[in-house]
Design a protein around this ligand. Structure first.
Ligand code: NAP
Length: 228
């Protein structure tokens, strides 16, 4: 498949940046996976229906390489939960670690792997875009996606990637399903990892827009708070 440098793709015309929704499922004690970092089924059936509808309503789904290595997700719309097209799959994989056996490389759905400019790897079953000198430059990635006609982007995780989108101010909606289970485990993944903040003045502020009971759990929907 083709590979390209993200700066060479972008032209200097004005365009609207893709709208970013973050969605994840956490336990009542704030974990999005087991302490072993393997996948935990946290969503209720009602929430799974919502998630698959949300996938079908977006043009692209983004995950980090950590999630690919931990969960090997297909990132498709499951027909038992929703109808609609599969969004494009996007993996943030600076160093090109996606295994050839990964579901995201099965060639069934258009897939893009974003690496950094130093990564030389190419992948069958996916287009490679080299974007950023270290980790993938998210703002540039969104610009590349906008240029390709992607208007709505769904970020599904994991904790490092969600933190990056939130802390870089790139999130328009933040949806967290809280299931009625406790996973525990010191150091287990949470909805936002990364370095975090050290002072309350630096906390990323959200506005709670909606709370909905979904089966045995609760869906919390936030938007970024407008800074005053
Ligand atoms: N419950 C849920 O809703 C849900 C959903 C998804 C995942 N999860 C869980 O989340 C856990 C995985 O989280 P994770 O934090 O280990 O992995 P992750 O966020 O999926 O991926 C993180 C990796 O992505 C790469 N990356 C490239 N550009 C990046 C950027 N700009 N910002 C951040 N990362 C970037 C980095 O690796 P390189 O430097 O090598 O590129 C980084 O280590 C698993 O336990 C999984 O089960 C839960």
């Amino acid at each position: 498949m083709a590979s390209a440098n993200c700066l060479s793709i972008m032209t200097f015309q004005a365009f609207v940046r893709s709208r970013v929704t973050v969605n994840c499922a956490m336990s009542a004690d704030g974990k999005i996976g087991f302490v072993t970092r393997t996948q935990a089924k946290i969503s209720s059936e009602e929430d799974l229906r919502r998630v698959h509808r949300l996938r079908a309503a977006n043009d692209a789904i983004v995950v980090g390489i950590g999630t690919v290595l931990a969960d090997d997700p297909k990132l498709t719309v499951k027909r038992e939960y929703a109808r609609g097209k599969n969004p494009m799959r996007i993996v943030l994989d600076s160093r090109g670690r996606t295994p050839m056996s990964a579901h995201v490389l099965d060639g069934k759905v258009p897939t893009m792997i974003f690496t950094n400019s130093r990564c030389k790897r190419n992948f069958g079953g996916a287009e490679v875009i080299r974007c950023g000198d270290d980790r993938v430059n998210l703002a540039e990635m969104l610009d590349v996606l906008s240029e390709k006609g992607v208007r709505k982007v769904l970020v599904e995780g994991g904790e490092a990637v969600i933190w990056s989108f939130l802390s870089e101010g790139l999130v328009d909606q933040f949806k967290v399903f809280m299931g009625s289970i406790v996973l525990g485990g010191k150091g287990g993944p949470t909805p936002a990892g990364g370095p975090g903040v050290r002072r309350i003045e630096d906390a990323l502020r959200l506005r709670l827009r909606k709370v909905t009971r979904l089966g045995s759990g609760v869906l919390l929907e936030y938007v970024p708070a407008v800074r005053t």
